[in-house]
Write a protein that binds this ligand. Structure first.
Ligand SMILES: Nc1ncnc2c1ncn2[C@@H]1O[C@H](COP(=O)(O)OP(=O)(O)O)[C@@H](O)[C@H]1O
Ligand SMILES: Nc1ccn([C@@H]2O[C@H](COP(=O)(O)OP(=O)(O)O)[C@@H](O)[C@H]2O)c(=O)n1
Length: 208
């Protein structure tokens, strides 16, 4: 079974994807990390202005060398969102994601376009969301907890700007797939959100 999980920044999709993958014994791919890795490499190479350089970096991306912790900063999130709007970058990352999804037994992938573009035939699709204030609070706690010098207001502004860019770009915009189940986690803790996500996936498996 392929489980596709999409949603805006810090909605909790990665947390749910990891838990669902552990529950079903499936491999998990955090596709945001791919775009973060391309964004970080562009920053290191001098900037985000060269779309073709970004596409080359995406094409040569080595999945085994991703440093997830180093990539989860606000600055890299913003850079990821900029390079993610480049169609050639998305095209360069397409096969890798589809191959991951095609593993025997299935996989869990989370991102922005999994249910719409990468795995349109996924057996279960979730669109995870929460209010921007709740998401900013969660991301603020996460980033300040690891020692990043950010304020709540900066995180909220960053999330709003990134969501707007991700939703309004021409290439694979962030949009809920019509056949996905909506899960709003604004008032749910992690355990409650996981229980709700599991119930939605089980309902899809049962064909209800
Ligand atoms: N339902 C929830 N309640 C409270 N905190 C949550 C919830 N879901 C996720 N979090 C926390 O919010 C932060 C962002 O979650 P994450 O799963 O990384 O989101 P995303 O993958 O959508 O960016 C993490 O620190 C995570 O532990
Ligand atoms: N499938 C995906 C995953 C991420 N992305 C881009 O990559 C950025 C970082 O994604 P992420 O999932 O790591 O971000 P968070 O939701 O964790 O903040 C997003 O803002 C999107 O611009 C995308 O375009 N498509």
């Amino acid at each position: 079974m392929i489980i596709a999980i999409d949603g805006p920044a810090a909605s909790g999709k990665g947390t749910l994807a990891r838990r669902l993958a552990a529950h079903y014994g499936l491999p998990h791919l955090d596709t945001g990390l791919l775009y973060r890795a391309v964004g970080a490499a562009c920053l290191a190479a001098g900037g985000l202005g060269d779309a073709m350089a970004a596409a080359r970096i995406a094409h040569d991306l080595d999945l085994t060398s991703l440093d997830a912790d180093a990539l989860r900063t606000a600055e890299v999130g913003e850079a990821a969102s900029v390079v993610a709007a480049v169609p050639e970058v998305r095209a360069a990352l397409l096969d890798l994601q589809r191959r991951f999804a095609a593993q025997p037994g299935g996989a869990v992938l989370d991102g922005r376009d999994i249910g719409t573009v990468i795995c349109p035939d996924a057996g279960a699709k979730l669109f995870v969301t929460a209010t921007s204030e709740v998401r900013a609070e969660r991301r603020f706690k996460e980033l300040s907890g690891r020692g990043d010098a950010v304020t709540y207001d900066e995180v909220l502004a960053d999330i709003r700007k990134r969501d707007a860019r991700d939703s309004h770009r021409a290439a694979a915009p962030l949009v809920q797939a019509p056949d996905s189940a909506l899960l709003d986690t604004s008032t749910l803790g992690i355990a409650e959100a996981f229980a709700a996500a599991l119930a939605l996936v089980e309902a899809r498996r049962a064909g209800t």
